[in-house]
Design a binder for this molecule. Structure first.
Ligand code: HXC
Length: 516
């Protein structure tokens, strides 16, 4: 073959790759409302920046007629490029080729890309569209998934890992995303389950549709497995880009810095009117957040899971912050099992990636209840105590209204190593609400009283006077300052700015033992 012919051959082979699993399979993929893997990669990377690695890899199994199968790129596109100007590694599975299933070589391609991401200190994005371990390759596929899981763990806390669920993802294709930091799932086409409806029917006799079992609602609101619901494929890619824009490339670098010369700290008088006079009346914490952060921009995470707490990324004067807040609109913002898990995981992520944490507190307590106790609220709630105490990034808390009991501590109190705590004049630190406290402290007195209602009211008033204000906490240095709500952005901006160089050394250990 002449050189010219060899070049022609290379061009022909490259062109073949773009046919994916063939015309019919691509048509089926498009009909299902899905893009092909190469179209997805094209949408993710800045134009002309993507370098594919291992495009000519293919399977070597001969089992079950595999020797007769042509699986271009072995069903996964891998490589590196720039996503909004930042180096990012990708693996994107091709459902048109053996259902995007993971065989030995397919897995090896992903592992090599993950190793590169680790060495280069750059994020790893995994677009999953796969039936899981490739059945024909048997234990080689299982081992392949094992190697991917192992690397998911090696990368964890070193570079951000983001999974997009862009098709029916079963078995290993569900577990690898579960080991990454954020899962974005596409409405309608994305499904996530360990075993599909048919297997469940066989084993347990239960009948369920794949949407009800592993669709976006099930895996967000019920299980809390996923973090973002995307309306369509483009929305998923854009969410991924937006998320990456808040994050540092790795754990040794700060997040992207858009700060200007001067702090934008003008007061917002509307905040002075946000807390209702009636302490039982709710308000929308999202509005408070929007008023505090840059450009009202809040990338909320898990918005349909444990909605009694809010978590997400924003910026304060151009720098990324992680926000944690009670949502008084839902269950009065009380902490339950799911809320504890949601917050704890997020706090750990922020701490691993040098992101300052701002906590907005309005919490009546941990949610009481038999189901909560049986479900292990003690163990789950302890995760919040653990993660906030363990976090060494700058931590700033604002007590807006209630800060009761263990939940006060769990929402990053001063005693858990919070660096700055301010309260609004409506703030209240107490062991519990007045009603509960009076029933415990004065039950006998009230029982014996000739005028129990009057006495109860008197005791309530006494308790409220003592604890329903921020001054008792301020008197004991649990609160650094009491500020007008309108000045909160100023307070946060200055605190975060002055904490930029915070250093906190802890005794060396292999790792702490978080109550999982
Ligand atoms: C090999 C597979 C495959 C797999 C799908 N295909 N899954 N090939 N191994 N695991 C192939 C199909 O044979 C078919 O090939 C093509 O992909 C498209 O699949 P369809 O079934 O036609 O598509 P659809 O109806 O959309 O259903 C998708 C699906 C279903 C829900 C993913 O295929 C399915 O249930 N697959 C098996 C899922 C599973 O149980 N995986 C677990 C593996 S064990 P043709 O040639 O006909 O187009 C595992 C363990 C890892 O992953 C370790 C965990 C800890």
């Amino acid at each position: 073959m002449s050189t010219k012919e060899k070049i022609e051959e290379l061009r022909r082979r490259r062109k073949e790759l773009f046919k994916c699993g063939g015309e019919r399979a691509v048509e089926k993929q498009h009909k299902a409302g899905k893009f092909t893997t190469r179209e997805r990669v094209g949408m993710l990377f800045d134009p002309g920046t993507f370098s594919e690695m291992f495009p000519f890899a293919t399977h070597r199994s001969t089992n079950f007629g595999m020797d007769k199968k042509n699986l271009p790129a072995d069903g996964v596109v891998t490589g590196v490029g720039m996503v909004t100007g930042r180096e990012t590694f990708v693996a994107s599975q091709d459902f048109t080729i053996a259902g995007g299933s993971v065989g030995e070589i397919h897995a090896d391609k992903i592992c090599q890309i993950m190793d590169q991401a680790l060495k280069c200190g750059s994020p790893f994005v995994f677009i999953n569209d796969s039936g899981g371990a490739r059945i024909q390759e048997g234990i080689d596929s299982l081992a392949g998934y094992g190697r991917i899981f192992y690397r998911n763990v090696l990368l964890s806390g070193v570079v951000p890992q983001i999974s997009i669920i862009a098709g029916p993802c079963a078995g290993g294709a569900a577990y690898s995303p579960a080991l990454t930091d954020f899962i974005i799932m596409i409405k309608g086409t994305g499904k996530l389950f360990v075993t599909g409806p048919q297997v469940i029917k066989q084993v347990t006799g239960e009948d369920i549709s794949s949407e009800d079992l592993g669709g976006v609602y099930a895996q967000m609101a019920r299980s809390g497995v996923i973090h973002f619901i995307a309306e369509n494929e483009l929305d998923a890619i854009n969410t991924c880009k937006r998320l990456l824009d808040f994050l540092p490339p790795n754990n040794t670098e700060p997040p992207p810095d858009y700060s200007g010369e001067e702090l934008e700290i003008s007061p917002d008088p509307a905040l002075n009117k946000i807390i209702p006079d009636n302490p039982k009346e709710p308000y929308d914490m999202r509005e408070v957040i929007a008023r505090l952060v840059d450009n009202r921009d809040f990338l909320e995470i898990q918005d349909h899971f444990a909605p009694n707490v809010l978590i997400g990324f924003s910026r304060m004067n151009g720098r990324t912050i992680g926000l944690v807040a009670n949502q008084p609109n839902v269950m009065a913002g009380a902490l339950d099992i799911n809320a504890s898990d949601k917050v704890s995981r997020f706090v750990r992520f922020c701490n691993a990636f040098n992101i300052s944490i701002v906590t907005l507190v309005d919490v009546p307590g941990f949610l009481p209840g038999i189901q909560q106790e049986y479900g292990g609220i003690i163990r789950h709630g302890a995760k919040m105590l653990f993660t906030y105490s363990a976090a060494t990034v700058p931590k700033v808390s604002i007590i807006l209204r209630k800060a009761y009991g263990g939940a006060y501590l769990a929402m990053c109190a001063k005693d858990l190593g919070c660096d700055r705590v301010a309260a609004w004049p409506t703030g209240q630190i107490a062991v519990m609400g007045a009603k509960g406290a009076v029933e415990i402290l004065y039950r006998r007195d009230i029982k014996k009283s000739k005028n129990p209602e009057a006495d109860r009211a008197k005791y309530l008033k006494e308790y409220e006077a003592q604890f329903y204000n921020p001054y008792a906490g301020a008197a004991r240095n649990m609160i650094d300052d009491i500020i007008e709500p309108k000045d909160t952005r100023r307070y946060l901006s200055l605190a975060l700015e002055l904490l930029q160089n915070k250093r906190e050394l802890r005794p060396a250990k292999k790792h702490g033992l978080i109550p999982l």
